[in-house]
Design a protein around this ligand. Structure first.
Ligand code: ZN
Length: 206
């Protein structure tokens, strides 16, 4: 009598997204968000850099800023941020650890006054990713790895067609992530054409 073979089952792929929350991020929910306009087409990823105070890493202050728990008195530099209510969707620490503060389905407050690909108010239809770092300075290999992973997952889930820096969507007002960010490295990791990136990032087709 022939044995009935077990069904050739494939391992189910893990669910990467649940209501805009990414499976592999540490969640720290921020109140600094609102709904996206119903017409929003989520086609832009905005890359930022931040450290608080500038050049100091791994002290948890960025997470505090994004959740409105930063002690403004803790450092003179924080005075300039007093009362600021901001958050990106994601934050990538120097060691490549990924944090998420706002569901990608919601509108996080990261870009401010901005304009890109003929549309203003980039918060409406973008996803913001902050890299822990000094504006203009270099970033760690582990940060590029995490960034590429989360961007690839975003590309699967949302109709992302553009990736740009804060400096490209708020020209003259913002300079992050700056010259130390290697756009060509991100482009090569994602295998995307140059047209997905700002013209002045000197990206080359892989
Ligand atoms: Zn920024």
């Amino acid at each position: 009598m022939a044995m009935k073979l077990p069904m050739n089952r494939r391992e189910a792929a893990p669910v990467l997204w649940q209501e805009g929350w990414y499976r592999y991020a540490k969640v720290l929910a921020s109140p600094n968000f609102g709904p996206r306009p119903s017409s929003a087409c989520l086609d832009l990823i905005v890359i930022h850099s931040i450290s608080l105070p500038p050049g100091e890493f791994g002290n948890g202050q960025v997470q505090r800023l994004f959740t409105n728990t930063l002690d403004w008195e803790a450092h003179p530099y924080f005075q300039s941020h007093r009362g600021l209510q901001v958050s990106s969707h994601f934050f990538i620490s120097r060691s490549g650890e990924l944090w998420q503060f706002v569901s990608c389905d919601d509108r996080a407050w990261h870009a401010g006054e901005s304009n890109y690909r003929g549309r203003s108010n980039c918060n409406d239809d973008s996803i913001g990713i902050e890299l822990e770092g000094l504006e203009g300075g270099p970033f760690e290999a582990s940060q590029y790895e995490t960034l590429a992973s989360v961007c690839a997952a975003l590309l699967q889930q949302y109709p992302v067609a553009h990736l740009a820096g804060h400096e490209h969507i708020a020209i003259g007002r913002k300079q992050d992530p700056g010259k130390g960010f290697e756009w060509s490295r991100l482009q090569a990791s994602l295998g995307l054409p140059s047209k997905c990136f700002p013209a002045n990032t000197e990206t080359r087709a892989p």
